[in-house]
Ligand binder design. Structure first.
Ligand SMILES: Nc1ncnc2c1ncn2[C@@H]1O[C@H](COP(=O)(O)OP(=O)(O)OP(=O)(O)O)[C@@H](O)[C@H]1O
Ligand SMILES: [Mg+2]
Length: 261
């Protein structure tokens, strides 16, 4: 599914009545099946943007369309999976029950046999993120990386065709993060979803993406984009290559240009 964001604005009203312009005229296009990263300074509105695309937050102005339909005019936001910075699992539910949760939240049309099919899909997804043997464990029995994989599997349960990921690997150690990158790319190749990935990590943005969108400090705007010039599939060996280094330098210089006043 493709996503189009045009002149998007978001003004929050704080509990003291003050207005905070979080996004001002943000425009961006993400093609169907494309993997795009979003980088920008803290507070520039990245999470706000993902929340609007996934239908969690109302916009104040502008348009967001998914496959040509507006998010408030019946766009398929139920096909949008959102992964938060923290795994946000329910501690009283097992791994399996956490992955199966969206099936029980009523966003899905019920149908005969649909529950069985989704239970099977939950099991398959757990295999895909290599957590099959942990299906009956509780979140507190899993490491941070494993919990985040549960959250990823959960976001994919209802066949998400768009995945919005908000710094999903920020809390992981370097080694686990690298493994997660490869797993995420495998999932992306296998499932073909459109990916929007928020990160502060330039290496991560370059390694994963087709394009990196750069935002300015608040009120956020997308000011530049950098095309990543690396072949697919991405491999760990690429990380040390000259070409990888050139891409990193490219993104870094664009960020410096726009972040430093
Ligand atoms: N519910 C809210 N009420 C008022 N202001 C808010 C609310 N949510 C976010 N903001 C403000 O909107 C701006 C953008 O916030 P947002 O969380 O989207 O930034 P971000 O780019 O995701 O930052 P970070 O990189 O730190 O996660 C910030 O200035 C924040 O204070
Ligand atoms: Mg954020």
């Amino acid at each position: 599914m493709d996503i189009s964001v045009r002149d998007l604005q978001k003004v929050y009203v704080t509990h003291t009545g003050e207005e905070v312009v979080a996004l001002q005229d943000v425009s961006a296009e993400v093609g169907s099946g494309e993997f795009v990263s979003l980088v920008g300074p803290s507070g520039c509105g990245k999470s706000t943007l993902l929340d609007i695309v996934s239908g969690l937050t109302q916009r104040s102005g502008g348009d967001v369309t998914i496959d040509g339909r507006g998010v408030s005019e019946g766009a398929a936001t139920r096909h949008v999976g959102l992964i938060f910075q923290k795994p946000v699992l329910l501690p009283w539910r097992t791994t399996f029950e956490n992955v199966y949760l969206p099936a029980q939240l009523g966003r899905e049309p019920a149908g005969r046999g649909r529950g069985d099919a989704l239970r099977q899909r939950a099991r398959d997804l757990l295999e895909l993120v290599e957590l099959g043997p942990f299906a009956e464990k509780y979140p507190w029995e899993l490491s941070g990386g494993m919990q985040q994989r549960v959250a990823i599997a959960r976001a994919l349960l209802l066949e998400a065709r768009v995945m919005c990921m908000d710094e999903p690997f920020a809390a992981l150690d370097e080694f686990t993060r690298e493994q997660m990158h490869l797993e995420l790319l495998n999932l992306w190749h296998a499932q073909g979803f459109t990916a929007i990935f928020v990160t502060h990590n330039i290496f991560e943005a370059v390694f994963l993406s087709d394009r990196v969108l750069v935002m300015t400090p608040r009120p956020g705007k997308v000011v530049a984009e950098v095309e990543v010039d690396l072949p697919r599939p991405r491999t760990s060996e690429m990380i040390g290559s000259d070409r990888f280094g050139e891409n990193i330098r490219g993104v870094r210089s664009v960020m410096q240009e726009h972040w430093v006043a």
